[in-house]
Design a protein around this ligand. Structure first.
Ligand code: K7E
Ligand code: CUA
Length: 668
């Protein structure tokens, strides 16, 4: 099948690159020269910010922020939680990466969370958090985020702010067009960035074209529990699937994916994947495919992927290897998938709050393309196609075009919406956010970002009901924004007040890892539901010590299980004898506190995994393998009371052949 209508790109890529560099450099120096005092058109004597702007971000001591912002951690593999407008960081939520701060991925209970078909994976790259929705509005129950490298989707419980579930995505590679959620949280969608052989097999890379495929996975979310399951995988042509967004309102039932590399190049993509004047946005009618699979359509194929679930009752995760997945050949479901030609190497695809417009941002374009959902439906119903790609109909660009934003910027990436009929698009190359109007396509305002913005985010900006008060830009380059910290700098977020006609830059703050996308929600929705403790009485951990009288030590060969309790300010037991060199000692530690914010920590000398941080009512387990005889201390790592330094104990380790019996004590 040929993509006959596609024309050669006219811009010479390397020239464009150079131009971009110069432009960025020139813009950068202009901005440095003019300083940020002119952000509001005010005299530079106002300094960096007008004083009323300072007040806008000032959250007085003891006061709370208006929004929670969840930032993807990029190569940290985690999620960080910030307050807006203050920019204060509240928490790092470990998701795909081991986290020694609290023992996630090190404790016996949480190790299964990081199991995959590739084995135990200690890190990943997370890009796109999305908050669960009901009727197209944020409901604040769960946060989903993608593991980009070893394809996975995680669900974070927003009552506990802990990762509750991770499902691996088979047949996928570079899980980038993920994790976006439909308007009733029916599906969280995970699209592959790299096309690969499906099923994976040994074959020459040069035979990519026509043979590699791209899997778009629709993962169902159980409405009550949030439990994820791969409902079906669409096996698409071998393009790169970059980003995606759900239809909403009138376009609910559809999902939109950007593609690039419709050339199906497999080398030097910066040139070879930029040949076509247009790539595609794939419009997927998932309701139609859902119907097809519910009527028995699709092919169940063998696969290996893990499904890891954490239980708040047992305080433990289990990892299950799933063995098959339902695949759908899109050509078997006529009327479900259409390609909309989109200029030039599109990155983001974003859907307006009403669901009327689908915005395609071509990285090598200055203009933004807004597709009209109504026109798309009309073109489909009129069967007005412009050829096909691998049997999937291509719509005529002119038929589906809703409007073009002559942005004047360079390198558009992502668009968010304020709920007032305005859209905000980030431009990586020209380092700016451009505000424009849906429907009239006129540019209303533009403000520089410092520097090289990726995504921007408006609380609820990916829903039917955005809270259009603030926008943050998530910038790639930090340079001179803060004090230098050697060659490695944190990335930078900038906060804009968008409540008026013109955007006002009011604050910036460093962010951990590389935030790509972020998601924010009013604190009034989440804060009241935030869990304070785990109830000890409901602790079903098989190794819990729910009553201090149950504290004990059990030897099974060279495995020793220590059932330990902790409360301010001692461990029960605190002296243990009869451990031998070569033993494997499991400390199962239960925190008996039932007060908010009284964790205890645990570290043991020579422990090779990490410490533990144990929440009230929770049990966690750490393994220690003593290698040397002696008397070795352990202690609480969290300054929990005035007598925290007294919260300690000793373990006597005897030679492997010693006859000393196991014994333990407290207060003797
Ligand atoms: Cu544009 Cu991974 Cu969403 Cu980063 S992606 S910027
Ligand atoms: Cu418990 Cu310090």
């Amino acid at each position: 099948m040929s993509l006959h209508f596609l024309k050669k790109i006219t811009i010479n890529i390397s020239t464009m690159k150079k131009y971009s560099f110069y432009l960025a450099a020139i813009l950068g120096s202009i901005l440095l020269l003019t300083g940020c005092g002119n952000q509001n058109g005010k005299a530079s004597s106002d300094g960096a910010l007008a004083s009323n702007n300072a007040e806008k971000v000032y959250v007085a001591p003891g006061e709370h922020d208006e929004f929670y912002a969840f930032m993807s951690g990029g190569y940290s593999g985690n999620v960080t939680v910030y307050g807006l407008p203050s920019g204060r960081m509240f928490k790092e939520i470990p998701v795909f990466s081991q986290f020694p701060t609290n023992g996630y991925g090190y404790s016996e209970e949480t190790k299964p969370m990081l199991e995959t078909s590739f084995g135990f994976i200690p890190a990943d790259d997370s890009h796109h958090p999305d908050i669960s929705q009901t009727n197209g509005e944020l409901d604040g129950r769960w946060l989903f985020i993608n593991g980009n490298n070893t394809p996975r989707i995680a669900r974070i419980d927003l009552k506990t702010f802990e990762t509750a579930e991770i499902i691996e995505v088979p047949n996928s590679a570079g899980n980038h067009s993920s994790s976006y959620i439909t308007e009733n949280s029916e599906y969280v969608v995970a699209g592959t960035r790299f096309s690969v052989p499906i099923p994976q097999r040994d074959m020459p890379i040069k035979d990519y074209k026509g043979n590699f495929k791209g899997a778009l996975s629709f993962i169902s979310v159980e409405p009550e529990t949030g439990r994820m399951d791969i409902k079906f995988q669409l096996i698409m042509p071998g393009f790169n699937y970059d980003l995606s967004h759900p239809g909403r309102g009138k376009s609910h039932g559809w999902f939109f994916f950007t593609t690039y590399n419709t050339e199906e190049a497999n080398s030097l993509l910066e040139v070879n994947a930029s040949q076509n004047d247009k790539d595609f946005i794939a419009a997927v009618n998932w309701k139609k495919i859902e119907e097809y699979v519910e009527n028995g359509g699709g092919t169940m194929v063998p696969a290996n992927y893990t499904h890891n679930v954490y239980s708040d009752e047992t305080h433990s995760a289990t990892s299950t290897m799933k063995k098959e997945v339902l695949t759908v050949d899109p050509t078997k479901v006529p009327g479900a998938i259409f390609f909309m030609p989109t200029p030039k190497s599109p990155h983001g695809v974003d859907v307006s709050p009403s669901g009327d417009y689908i915005i395609g941002n071509g990285k090598l374009s200055a203009d933004l393309t807004a597709f009209s959902f109504d026109k798309m439906i009309a073109a489909i119903e009129g069967e007005k196609f412009d050829g096909e790609a691998y049997g999937l109909p291509i719509l005529k660009f002119e038929d589906v075009l809703g409007g073009t934003v002559k942005s004047g910027g360079l390198g558009p990436l992502h668009t968010e919406f304020d709920g007032e009929g305005n859209a905000y698009t980030t431009f990586f190359i020209s380092s700016e956010v451009v505000k424009w109007k849906l429907g009239t396509w006129e540019v209303i305002d533009r403000k520089p970002t410092f520097y090289s913005v990726g995504h921007c985010m408006i609380p609820g900006g990916n829903s039917r009901k955005p809270f259009g008060k603030y926008l943050i830009s998530l910038n790639k380059i930090t340079k001179d924004r803060y004090l230098p910290t050697g060659p490695e700098l944190e990335h930078s977020a900038q906060l804009y007040d968008i409540s008026g006609d013109k955007m006002e830059l009011i604050y910036d703050f460093p962010t951990h890892g590389e935030p790509h996308y972020a998601a924010a929600i009013p604190a009034s929705i989440l804060a009241p539901k935030s869990q304070k403790i785990y109830k000890l009485a409901e602790n079903e951990h098989p190794f819990a010590t729910k009553n201090v009288s149950e504290a004990r030590i059990v030897r099974e060969g060279n495995e020793v299980h220590v059932y330990m309790a902790m409360i301010r300010s001692h461990f029960t037991p605190d002296n243990i004898e009869g451990i031998k060199v070569g033993d494997k000692v499991y400390f199962h530690i239960t925190n008996h506190e039932q007060d908010f914010d009284v964790p205890h920590g645990f570290m043991m000398i020579g422990q090779k995994n990490s410490g533990l941080l144990i929440m009230p009512g929770q049990t966690k387990t750490s393994v220690w393998e003593p290698k040397q005889e002696g008397v070795w201390p352990f202690y609480c790592t969290d300054f929990c009371s005035a007598l925290h330094q007294e919260m300690q104990g000793y373990i006597r380790v005897s030679p492997a052949n010693s006859k000393i019996d196991l014994s333990w004590s407290l207060g003797e």
